[in-house]
Write a protein that binds this ligand. Sequence first.
Ligand SMILES: Cc1ncc(C[n+]2csc(CCOP(=O)(O)OP(=O)(O)O)c2C)c(N)n1
Length: 504
Amino acid sequence: MKAAKEAGIEVCFANPGTTELPLVVALDTVEGIRPVLGLFEGVCTGAADGYARMLQKPAMVLLHLGPGLANGIANLHNARRAHSKVVTIVGEHSTWHRASDPPLAMDIESLAQTVSGWQRTCCSADLLGQDMADAIGAAQIGQIATLIVPFDLQTKKCWNSAVIPYKQDKRSVSKDAVKAAAALLRDSKKAALVLGNKYIGRKELMVAARIKQACGCDLITENFPAHIERGAGLPDVSRIPYLPEMAIDMLSKYEMFVFVGAKEPVSFFGYEGIPPNFLKEGQRKFHLSDYNQDLMEVLDILADELDAPKIINPDILTSLKRPEIPTGALNPEKICSVIAALQPEGAIVVEEAVTTGLMYYPITSGVLPFSLLTLTGGAIGQGAPCAMGAAIACPDRPIINFQADGAGMYTLQALWTEAREGLNVTTLICSNRSYDILKLEYGRLGVSPGKCASHLTDLAGIDWVNLGKGMGVPSVKVTTAEELATELGKALNEQGPNLIQMVM
Ligand SMILES: Cc1ncc(C[n+]2csc(CCOP(=O)(O)OP(=O)(O)O)c2C)c(N)n1
């Protein structure tokens, strides 16, 4: 824990058990690491992801043996897809006890492998500090680093072995690659610069705007960006749509793509008759940099190569344009409009609104500048924990968790942590009482759902007001756009968490 603190860890999102108690006790001997309890491991891992996405620094999560890690894996998967810097510490049975196959024993290493870019099982108490420093160093490139620590090694005297800081190779782009990308951008009639990476910030976007001004390319981002800044004063970046037909249609107008930190777009699912890759054969593409390269540096070099003007033409940037607040019974479009109209400058919006949120991105291009975090890995149940972690990372900023009800039920325990820690999170529940997107997918399959299929997509009977209140979060229900505007306005002006069930 001392090594963790020295490497910059300030928070430990935890749900410990007996095998991690010496590590928990160590938190009290090393001051300066804030313990945050999540009442389900998916809450802890999702929170670590949200924290890391906001601060771009490693977040620590402490889990109990294989079962604890297993419960946390879906959100570690989302964190892996976001290239978040997450250090997962997992307790293990004592080295001499594993052979007895006690009830909680599980193949932790195999589990960890599914999400970790780096992992190690500690084999000596003397090396514990070094192992911790290595794990944190490994996470720095934007991956999950998992350290498995047997109980008996935790209880042994840990000698102050010298911790050699983990050295990271900085991967820059080659001059030739930049020249080639610049030439392609200059010479193509219709080109797109596809931005990816764990963080597409204001500075990065402003350089991208200069590149757009220099060569006329469009700016695009991935279907599910981990963290993108958005709003008035920034260049508009179109997002690749979720539905494959729409994505193919949007991308078909380009002759050439340069990818910076982004992967090539593929279909979320394989549908008969729809190509898995969205780019067609005749479309040219160039991969300039990967997710683990510095996006800002790559864009800067590319802008220089293109002789991009230092002063940005205001036409390239979006002007302030907030939607009107609608009236009447709520529907997805009205919900998106009310949120976009009222979200304050500097808000962090975690969007896991699924079908209700489909219109949110397009209408937020000119709203007050904010940070947007999305469901990178498609494993639902990420919204509430991610918002909770973002609130711990940025206590002075308002957080909005724009949350579909089905997905919200996976990890609603995050509400209890929000109340306990007094976090500024406003949870907006899209209460359509159904797994709506699966109904859309039934349509795509060309079937109308029968009794069983309907039964498996109907979510009637969830009372979010009582769920929220039961966990200590002031909660209300709204049915109209006017009510939503009033309640959201109030919630954003109050300290601490709030929940609004938006009944459609
Ligand atoms: C961990 C996980 N389990 C199941 C799914 C499959 N799945 C995708 S969306 C969805 C339901 C979404 O319903 P809801 O959150 O209520 O949003 P809506 O579609 O109604 O807008 C399910 C079950 C998934 N993506 N991830």
